[in-house]
Design a protein around this ligand. Sequence first.
Ligand code: NAD
Length: 503
Amino acid sequence: MGLPHAPRFAYYDGKSQPASSTSSFQTINPATNTPLADIHTTTHAAIDAAIASAQKAFPSWSSTPAIERARILQRAASLLRARNDDLAKVETDDTGKPFTETSTVDIVTGADVLEYFASLVASGGLNGETIQLRPDAWVYSTKNPLGVCAGIGAWNYPIQIALWKSAPCLAAGNTMVYKPSEFTPLHATLLAEIYTEAGVPPGVFNVVHGAGDVGAYLTTHPSIAKVSFTGQVSTGQKVAGSAAGGMKYVTMELGGKSACIILPDADISQAVDGAMMANFFSTGQVCTNGTRVFVPESLKAEFERVLLEKMQHVRAGDVMAPETNFGPLVSKVHWEKVNSYIRHGINVDKAKLLCGGPETPSWLANHSNPAYKEGFWVQPTVFTDCTDDMKIVQEEIFGPVMSILPYKTVEEVVQRANNTSVGLAAGVFTKDLNLAHQIIGQLEAGITWVNTWGESPAEMSVGGWKMSGVGVENGKKGLEAWVRNKSTLVEMAGEVPTVFAKL
Ligand code: NAD
């Protein structure tokens, strides 16, 4: 019997290129551990061809008026919205995330960003500035596209990441070679086809497939002007290092270990809802997860009581069912990693297990689909009475594992929240908005929330501090990451300043 999804090949010159490779790998449905599609690894020769296609397309695409590029990209946004549920189904197959999530978040937030950047460039977002220096001299600057850019994606928000990179890249007049994660590659061809159908010329958006070696080939390729990367800190270090060799522009969207701070006056129910969003949405596979939940000692008992009550509302099960809000982890290797952290929390860190644990979730035994027993399911897990020195508190687990850290004073909690090498996100829950802003001002993180968690709209520039990254995506600043500046000084007085005048 054939696999549920068509094989995937490199995509360049406006179409899939079935002949590119003989070596292939399979992408797996993590809910059932069954193969979904054969993915053909792109050879170096075919990566060169994809880059050449992008180079060929660049002069024409970059000189197309921004308003025309915008019109094409708007059409792609409409196609994404029209096919939302079909695309969401593919993302659910590939990532295991429940359809309730992929159908309301993943494609929607990608299409929003495409619409946002198309609108931005159509309404002057690429304008430079004019500075009148003197009556007879002025400076003008222009924002110029970089050329052929590489996008390298992580597996947790596949099509969203592809759109957050390609939307500003293409809107600014660049062309792109995009490599999806080898764990979740299905969306890439579908997005490329949508761009082509919308009128994006051949070579403007291209796809290559494979693991880290394919990514590494892109980051060192002399014809790539910029690398926009989303992934782990350790991979980001390699990518930024090799990009530096060619003095390439980089945007680095990396991991975190974010602090979710509950203040003593917080509404407990709201704070628990926030902490749950910050730990269990997407089965905890969100870069901005607030996995260090700081709770005042005085509130801890009540916070835990309400949390345990609300944990009943985490519903794992059939990923397509309307009631399911918690899926499996993305892959076997990730499942093993998350479970080993849970075991470490119990056996070595000696954290107190409030709920969950490394055992197979009990509901799996009775599930109507026997294949689910083979999937990468875990229990949502909460540790309490955690301390800052525990490994589960220090390292990014990237799974549904919450650590509750009791604290005494606000000064102490700010210092402890910042005591980490990463600085992606942070947030506070409180009714005292003055205090909220004072604390936010002191937190070393690039994405912060007050009385909410996780929303990342197209208008909001997001990027990590410290080891969590370089640069931002989205918002007006997100466009600046895809252009380079040229400044021109114009002198009209006919006098060139010189020290070489005749005495
Ligand atoms: P990863 O670093 O393992 O892989 C990311 C991508 O890099 C994949 O496409 C992979 O094939 C590629 N890659 C691997 N080695 C490479 C190399 N040497 N050169 C070039 N490319 C290489 O990350 P992952 O496990 O796919 O994703 C999870 C991580 O991503 C987490 O740490 C998470 O926090 C982070 N993330 C960050 C953001 C953000 O916006 N800051 C968003 C989503 C995920």
